[in-house]
Structures are given as structure tokens and as C-alpha cells.
Design a binder for this molecule. Structure first.
Ligand code: 5RP
Length: 217
């Protein structure tokens, strides 16, 4: 059921791909479906910048050229999913641990198109944990800082990011002001990035329901 919704929103995203463009590509199971859909129109695009090793592998599988972000100044569009999106189009991302590269690509993209199934679109952030990517030597010091904020840090076991770092998932955080909280957590020494995408949020959102895809801007 969820897979069917992920597939339908992935297909709907094709309508937003500019011809001859280079597209930023996110990570995760929804994006896996999207890359498959993208392969059907790959002759109309120049290629894609990937946010993870696994997305790069899928792009290679479908012979979609993978382009180094360092060769570009900006991207027309970034397409990615999220773990949660609230009614202000702010997101929690990083369930798959690719948050840092996703944030970099989002920051240089003119448009962020977020594609989710209905289960992730909620009025306000719920208790979904907020991931942070952490330099390994700082896992203890960062955990202490998180506790000071009222959060419960949980080290993600057996997981190393594409950048060679750790992930700590923060439970139980009271999110009153997501924009400020993102800035505050980003400033903790040792944190590479936080999975709150509120300062650079989605510009356009596609949400799939059983009876179709809703466009929210
Ligand atoms: C990865 C992400 C993903 O977009 C998020 O976890 C959603 O994944 P899925 O499409 O598998 O539900 O942020 O870092």
C-alpha cells in the first residue's frame, strides 16, 4: 500500500523536470522509485547530482549520468522525499542518514520539490526522532548537549554515513520553533548537520493519497 503511494508520487514528480536540466536527487525508498521513473525520460535531461552513494548506484543502474556538484554553480530543481513534512513545508529528514549531502544539494537548488506519501504529511512535527550527523570523536559531547536541550540521544548502531560519520537520533525534543532549533543544534561543535530542514524548506510538495496526488505550494 505505502509502496503504491510512493510510486504514484514519484511518477507525478516527472511533470516538474525541466528539459535539458541537471537535477538534484535525494535518497531513500521513495527516491528509488523516482529514479526508476526518471529513467523513462532520461534522454531529456543532462544528468543528476546525487545525495548518496546508494542513489548514485541506482542512477548508474539506469544509465543516468551522475554529475559532480563541484562542476556547477546551481541546480534548477532538487527532488527528495522526507520523513515528516508539516503544514509550513518544513521537513524532518535523515531517516536514511544522507541528511548532510541532501542539505548541501538543497542549498544550491532554485527549487526543492518534496515528494511524500500521505503518512508523512502532518500539521505539526510529531515524535519522529531528529537525526544529527556527528563527527565520531564528538558523539559523547554532542549527546551531553542534546540532553541539556531535553532530548534523548540514541546512537544509531552499525551505521556509518557516506562521509564516515555517526548518526545520533534525538527523541523527545519539544519543537516549539523549528527554525531556531535547527540553527541552535547546527551550532553544537561536532555536529555536521541536523535533519531539520526548516531554514531551507520545500518550495513545492506532492502528497500521494489513494485517490490521487495533491499539489501543495
Ligand atoms: C534520507 C531521507 C529520506 O528522504 C527519508 O528518510 C524518507 O525516506 P523514504 O522515502 O525511504 O521513506 O531523508 O536521508
Amino acid at each position: 500500500m505505502l509502496d503504491a503511494l510512493k510510486k504514484s508520487v514519484a511518477r507525478a514528480a516527472l511533470d516538474y523536470i525541466p528539459k535539458n536540466s541537471i537535477i538534484g536527487i535525494g535518497s531513500g525508498s521513495t527516491i528509488k522509485f523516482f529514479i526508476k521513473e526518471l529513467s523513462t525520460i532520461s534522454r531529456y535531461i543532462k544528468g543528476a547530482v546525487s545525495s548518496s552513494c546508494i542513489s548514485e548506484k541506482w542512477l548508474n543502474t539506469y544509465n543516468i549520468p551522475v554529475i559532480d556538484l563541484n562542476t556547477l554553480d546551481s541546480l534548477d530543481i532538487y527532488i527528495d522525499s522526507a520523513d515528516r513534512v508539516n503544514y509550513s513545508m518544513e521537513m524532518i529528514k535523515g531517516g536514511g542518514g544522507a541528511l548532510t549531502r541532501e542539505k548541501i544539494i538543497a542549498s544550491v537548488s532554485k527549487k526543492f520539490l518534496c515528494i511524500v506519501d500521505k503518512s508523512k504529511y502532518i500539521p505539526k512535527f510529531d515524535n519522529f526522532p531528529i537525526p544529527v550527523e556527528v563527527i565520531p570523536m564528538a558523539t559523547r559531547s554532542v549527546s551531553r548537549e542534546i540532553k541539556k536541550l531535553g532530548g534523548i540521544p540514541q546512537y544509531r548502531k552499525n551505521f556509518i554515513t557516506d562521509n564516515g560519520n555517526n548518526i545520533i537520533d534525538i527523541y523527545n525534543l519539544c519543537i516549539k520553533n523549528p527554525v531556531n532549533l535547527e540553527k541552535h543544534i547546527n551550532n553544537i561543535p561536532g555536529i555536521v548537520s541536523v535533519g531539520l530542514f526548516c531554514n531551507r524548506k520545500a518550495d513545492l510538495l506532492l502528497v500521494s493519497y489513494i485517490d490521487g496526488v495533491k499539489i501543495i505550494s
